[in-house]
Design a protein around this ligand. Structure first.
Ligand SMILES: Nc1ncnc2c1ncn2[C@@H]1O[C@H](COP(=O)(O)OP(=O)(O)OP(=O)(O)O)[C@@H](O)[C@H]1O
Length: 270
């Protein structure tokens, strides 16, 4: 991971990158996000954690403006989510990234760079952006390899490089480390920290691997379409008297179950 430039960290007083109030999303006939209220500060890494199916991807889709049936308030970089002006300011990597298998890594990035900043004028800047994005994700040695010949983890990193083109202010990453070996996972987390520390990039990253929670500045812990906690890892561990975020999460789930048994669920036998 190299070639990171433009040091700029958002001041503590900067407005939130994402602000939600009474946020609700319906998919099919189900309410999958229920009255969420939270803020994501600028320039930090916020982890969105929770079990499979709790609504992480739906929330991310709402933030980037690709989710239907969203009601309530959802402001992103001071605009309502989905505003066209936000498109070039947000980088988004879905859980199943698609790459053009018959193009090389550099050709793919050249293509997306041309879509982002079309015309002959910015050609030199486009080349620079492409080279930087490939270096950011450690694929310089594979720049001329066909994407179809890359491993799954390398393909994921091509998608991440596409999202990094144009140096977005907000990066939304849906489970970017799934299927990666521990070394690549560590390298990616180092890249996320470099992006937030040195470029002031705000990162919203989902995971269901609780040990990754420890690497976030803040956490949104989700369960069944609701936010159980919105805090720093330290504060969460302290508040629940837990040694790890995983323990803290389980503690909060037990607490929520005790306070309000889930409708339709059989009562637990002692
Ligand atoms: N098209 C749909 N119609 C109805 N329900 C849906 C639809 N798509 C998703 N859901 C439901 O919405 C809920 C949230 O799904 P979502 O993909 O956001 O969860 P997730 O936390 O990202 O899960 P995972 O970690 O497995 O990707 C799930 O219970 C899912 O079954």
């Amino acid at each position: 991971m190299m070639n990171i430039k433009t040091p700029a960290r958002a001041p503590a007083t900067a407005p939130a990158a994402i602000h939600a109030e009474d946020l609700k999303v319906i998919r099919g006939h189900r309410t999958v996000l229920r009255d969420l209220a939270f803020t994501v500060p600028r320039g930090q890494i916020t982890g969105l954690l929770g079990p499979s199916g709790c609504g992480k991807s739906t929330l991310m889709r709402a933030v980037v403006g690709t989710q239907a049936k969203v009601t309530g308030t959802l402001d992103v970089l001071d605009h309502p989510a989905g505003t066209p002006a936000l498109r070039s300011r947000i980088g988004y990597v879905t859980q199943d990234p698609s790459v053009y298998e018959d193009l090389t890594v550099r050709q793919s990035l050249d293509y997306f760079a041309a879509v982002l900043t079309p015309g002959r004028g910015p050609a030199a800047r486009r080349r620079e952006d492409v080279t930087r994005a490939i270096a950011d994700v450690d694929l310089t040695g594979h720049a001329d390899a066909l994407a179809g010949n890359l491993s799954g983890g390398q393909r994921n990193r091509v998608s991440l490089a596409v999202a990094l083109l144009g140096a977005p202010e907000l990066l939304v990453l849906d489970e970017p480390t799934v299927g990666l070996d521990p070394v690549l996972r560590r390298d990616l987390w180092n890249l996320f920290h470099t992006l937030s520390d040195q470029r002031g990039t705000t990162i919203l990253v989902s995971s269901h691997v609780m040990d990754e929670a420890e690497r976030c500045h803040r956490l949104l812990l989700m369960r069944e379409g609701e936010i159980l906690a919105d805090d720093t890892p330290d504060a969460l561990r302290e508040r629940t008297g837990s040694g790890t975020v995983e323990e803290a999460f389980l503690h909060l789930v037990d607490e929520a179950n005790a306070a309000q048994p889930h409708p339709g669920r059989e009562p637990q036998l002692p």
